[in-house]
Design a protein around this ligand. Structure first.
Ligand SMILES: NC(=O)C[C@H](N)C(=O)O
Length: 330
């Protein structure tokens, strides 16, 4: 194995500075300028810079994530590469990280990193986050851990992590299980292993998948819109354990009857969905009509998983079996 880390730059706040005309942050730093601020890193490893783009997180779409997945897969397979680091806007970082985790089966470390403060702000956290990410990418401890997210000296699993705060440096948390470990100076210390590691073998993605959040008194208007507009799948952030209002339930039933899979997750930040409740619109009803249950995934990650499965299968039962594999036994 070589001792070179490839750093793939995609944009995000880590690459931003304030434009004086706009008086707001936009991408503006080159990869060379960013790496130049990660002082002393050459003492640890050689760096190869790869420019993917200068996109703010909200400009990254599922097709671009797939393109990035192919680039990361090719790069990590090279003999001279020890690990890959991807810089990314934090707004969609967890979606890209989860997509990479599902589509690549890496032995070597793949680490996603960003920053919460841009380079014009006091306390720009880009260089420290990037150095911690690079230390993780060369750590033997990080081998076979799936895709990792490193921010604020914490190591989290791509499958578990979510952005929890709009401004804090420690915004990336795994609310269900806690971090995998920490980066202490240049040393990576793991406290536990990853819980699960799903893999979906595909080079494509079906991006016409909607995410709807259920609210009190919600009806089926938005679901019916999705059916009419040709959406191929719908993720519903249901209430609590996985329940929806009766009128919304009717639309979910119509969707499944039209062979459009519906994945149920919860709008609660933690906890699994389960078919506990038998009242109309309760989880038991949803399960009986063939809704897929998404465990403890947040809606945006359940959508990534459904989009990948829809790129291969169009049969709801097959998608359900794979989606729920090792999660629900009955
Ligand atoms: N901290 C960040 O990176 C947020 C920024 N809006 C982005 O996602 O590009």
């Amino acid at each position: 194995m070589g001792n070179k880390v490839a750093v793939i730059f995609t944009g995000g706040t880590i690459s931003m500075k304030v434009d004086p005309r706009l008086n707001a942050a936009i991408p503006g730093l080159t990869s060379e300028e960013i790496m130049g601020m990660v002082t002393n890193i050459e003492k640890f490893t050689e760096i190869e810079r790869i420019n993917f783009g200068e996109y703010p997180g909200p400009h990254i779409d599922p097709e671009m994530m797939m393109e990035l997945s192919k680039l990361v897969k090719n790069t990590i397979s090279r003999d001279d590469i020890t690990g890959v680091v991807v810089t990314h806007g934090t707004d969609t970082l967890e979606e890209t990280a989860y997509l990479l985790d599902l589509t690549i089966k890496p032995k070597k470390p793949i680490v996603i990193v960003g920053a919460m403060r841009n380079s014009s702000e006091l306390g720009y956290d880009g260089p420290s986050n990037l150095s911690a990410a690079i230390c993780t990418a060369i750590s033997k401890e990080a081998v076979n851990k799936g895709v990792l997210v490193v921010m604020n000296n914490e190591v989290n699993a791509a499958s578990e992590v979510t952005k929890t705060n709009t401004l804090s440096l420690d915004t990336f948390k795994s609310p269900e299980f806690g971090p995998l470990g920490i980066v202490d100076n240049d040393e990576v210390i793991f406290y536990r292993d990853i819980i699960n590691h799903d893999h979906i073998e595909t080079e494509n993605i079906e991006s016409k998948v909607a995410l709807l959040k259920s609210v009190a008194g919600m009806d089926s208007d938005l679901i019916d819109y999705c059916i009419g507009a040709g959406y191929k799948g719908i993720v519903v952030e249901a209430m609590g354990r996985g329940n929806v209002p009766i009128e919304m339930y009717k639309g979910i039933k119509r969707s499944i009857e039209k062979n459009i899979p519906v994945v149920i997750v919860s709008r609660c930040p933690t906890g699994r969905v389960l078919d506990t409740y038998g009242y109309p619109g309760g989880g038991k009803n949803l399960r009986n009509i063939g809704a897929i249950f998404g465990n403890n995934l947040p809606g945006q990650k359940a959508r990534i998983k459904l989009m990948l499965l829809l790129s291969i299968y169009n049969d709801i039962q097959t998608i359900k079996d794979i989606f729920e594999k090792d999660i629900y036994t009955k």
